[in-house]
Design a protein around this ligand. Sequence first.
Ligand SMILES: [Zn+2]
Length: 430
Amino acid sequence: MGNGFLCLSFNVTLGLLLFCTHSTRAQVTAIRAGSVIFPDTGKSATNQQLLVEGGRITAIGTNVQVPAGAKTIDLSNYTVLPGLIDAHTHLCATVDDKWDLGDFWIMALQRRQGFRAILGAQHAREMLNAGFTTVRDVGNAGDFLDADLAKAIRFGIVPGPNVIYAGRIIAPYGGQFWDTPADRQLLHNPEYFFADSRDELRRAIRENVYFGAQVIKIVVDAQPYVYSADDIRFVVDEAHATSIPVAAHVQTERGAHNAIEGGVDSIEHAWKISDPDLALARKKGIALVPTDTPEALFAHYGMDTAEAKRVYSAHRDRLKRAFQAGVPIVFGTDIMFDLKGRSRGDLAIDFVDSMVDAGMSPADILQSMTSGAAKLLGVANERGTLRPGAAADLVAVRGNPLSEIHSLREVVFVMKDGVISREGAPLKQR
Ligand SMILES: [Zn+2]
């Protein structure tokens, strides 16, 4: 106790000293933007000046006074928008066609945690470079590698987006493995928390919360036995008690129904969903994170051209129905493979195409990648938007994504929390 008191008084003194020596203003950065997009309103403005100080936007407008000594950045030939958000990533997972035989089970069995953590760091850097300043990593991250990755990024050890993570996915027995030795310790734990009873569900949620999860991810219906609406309501109540949202992987109509009935915050994938359930999702404000793989990338899931076309069309049609029903749509990718010559961030931008095909306008898509996603992630008060007080997460692109959404491929500048992470020519894109 005595030691504690000494430490406390030392810290107070140190704090005062630090306060005194740093009472002068932090470095101000002034950014001249050709135009700025405000995705929450779908509006844009030309000839804007942004001031950034202490990681936050402090002013934005046409007649902003630039303080003497400010560092200036000229983006007057570009369009500035809030940093992008991918609400469904698995940064610490890659299923390789050759080494893992394209099988997630083999990957989970044979990849050591260290390798997957390094992979996660690489993917995080690639996402940030492509303009994603925030991602929500929804499990399949081994032994809480997502928590470690988020921490390493926060500490400035490796570059990457802000990572909001789920920790261990909670699922009925077997998780997303089928007819394999799912009870092998390596698979059951850490990859999934098999939770069937209420006690197991509560324990699983608390374990994730303990390790800092900011979202609880459940897999509702990967097995013939699925979580009931009551099970899900129990999960939602337990998670919401600590102000944490619930994301539900659903792949069947029944699973989607139970998840919506149970009151989750987002349904992930929901490839099969009825119109009444879409209407209920809209009424309850439940978001859909579609994660629709573009047709050309389906080959990486072992599909031939005809099958890819059939599956892609079915996904597109349900996204169209969901969008027209007024369900909030949030951008997410679910990429779990690497392609030679393409970064994970570059691949993520491909997923815009399926939203275009489903009839979403550039403004709708931008909203789903910024302010809409920030709302689902619970960070709308500071991210996904450009306004004084918000985190200085911004990207600059060539062209205007409001008229041509593929301008998102032309990222020339990325800033996260006021720190420039990328300046220069667009990455080599396809
Ligand atoms: Zn996923």
